[in-house]
Design a protein around this ligand. Structure first.
Ligand SMILES: *Cc1c(COP(=O)(O)O)cnc(C)c1O
Length: 389
């Protein structure tokens, strides 16, 4: 079996990290332990540490150890969806508490706070976390956590994670970072001072648009114990087969992210130079909001791009004109996907809030896949041409 000291780099960790292989047989892959329960030898005599698969399952445990290692944490938790992961983290709080969320978070994160948790007395505040002064002023005594996305969805705005986490620590509150858009290959929030990292593993970690899952990583023993209790008590765990698929997918995370980002950098530049494009939002462009902070806290700008066309272009026609890039929600798969945040991913956010945070009706969000960049550009540019009014 490999020893932890046998590699230093994340390109090796994605392949060998966590609980690698199967000691009993020497299999290089973790088996799919498709079982709900485990036989005991007698009363009070468990044969192994496993007792019931909601509480723990060896395939899931291998994935949980892997995400913990990749994020630089000590404990990982796998859930049946990204929202289930966020839901588990929100169970750390109680009625009367307030959670601050970044002003353009994932629509589902807003929805669970606004429509579910508010009913139970857990409140939220939408704050432009990119502005540290605004953030500082928003931390009232009832605030118990910051829930940040950086870059945030869909305008790719960048929050200084280290500075926000410092501010949180000074005030005795938790910093939670949704790292879905970056993955631990590009950004590791726990190392920047965050307490909890959450993922929709449905996106880049899964990488092939074929599963729904969520992951959490922490570096604190008490938080880990509380989250394990919640995971077992609430029960939205990842199944053994999805856990296996995720372990398999994460093995190629490094090479996939390199290919995603190379394409995205090329496409962001081409869109910026296109006269039909009003604005490009991509934190890898030197003149983007937060570009300097992005450089400091992440490997590069990632592979999500948003943009707006000039008013004399018909957005509906643009979407209909695409032949290679599919119109679909979600992101992070090997195939490029395009979406219309105002009517799709962010439709659950009321129009006036959408307007306030800059999610216009002409905004397009592009998840750049790993196809040939010129094929992608040809498709985008011909759809833009065809959309001219
Ligand atoms: C998709 C997404 C989620 C929700 O994850 P699911 O796996 O769809 O439940 C949360 N945060 C971000 C940033 C996402 O993109």
């Amino acid at each position: 079996m490999k020893s932890l000291a046998s590699y230093k780099h994340i390109e090796s960790a994605v392949i060998h990290g966590g609980i690698y292989g199967d000691y009993a047989t020497g299999a290089v892959n973790t088996p799919i332990y498709q079982t709900s329960t485990y036989e005991q030898d007698g009363l009070g005599k468990p044969r192994s540490k496993w007792e019931y698969s909601r509480t723990g399952n060896p395939t899931r445990a291998a994935l949980e150890a892997l995400i913990a290692e990749l994020e630089g944490g000590t404990h990982g938790f796998a859930f049946s969806s990204g929202m289930a992961a966020i839901d588990a983290v929100l169970h750390l709080f109680r009625a009367g508490d307030t959670v601050i969320i970044s002003s353009n978070v994932y629509g589902g994160t807003f929805r669970i706070l606004d429509k579910i948790y508010k009913q139970f007395g857990l409140n939220y505040k939408i704050v432009d976390t990119c502005d540290l002064e605004t953030l500082k002023n928003a931390i009232s005594p009832d605030v118990k956590a910051l829930l940040l996305e950086s870059p945030a969805n869909p305008l790719l705005t960048v929050t200084d994670i280290a500075a926000a986490a410092r501010l949180a620590k000074e005030n005795g509150i938790l910093t939670i970072v949704d790292n879905t858009f970056m993955t631990p290959y590009l950004q590791r929030p726990l190392e920047l001072g965050a307490d909890i990292v959450v993922h929709s593993a449905t996106k880049y970690l899964g990488g092939h648009s074929d599963l729904i899952a969520g992951l959490v990583a922490v570096k604190d023993e008490i938080l880990a114990q509380r989250l394990h209790f919640i995971q077992n008590a609430v029960g939205a765990v990842a199944g053994p087969f999805d856990s296996f698929l995720l372990i398999r997918s994460i093995k190629t995370l490094a090479v996939r992210m390199e290919a995603h980002v190379a394409n995205a950098e090329k496409i962001a530049k081409a869109l910026q130079n296109n006269p039909a494009v009003k604005k490009v939002y991509y934190p890898g462009l030197p003149d983007a909001q937060g570009a300097e902070i992005q450089k400091k806290q992440a490997k590069n700008g990632g592979a999500m791009i948003s943009f707006e066309l000039l008013d004399n272009y018909d957005i509906k026609k643009f979407f209909e004109g695409l032949r290679l890039i599919a119109l679909a929600e979600s992101l992070g798969g090997v195939e490029s996907l395009v979406c219309h945040p105002a009517s799709m991913t962010h439709a659950s956010i009321p129009e006036e809030i959408r307007r306030q945070v800059g999610i216009t009706d002409t905004l397009v969000r592009l998840s750049v896949g790993i196809e040939n960049a010129d094929d992608l550009l040809d498709d985008l540019l011909s759809a833009i041409d065809g959309a001219k009014k």
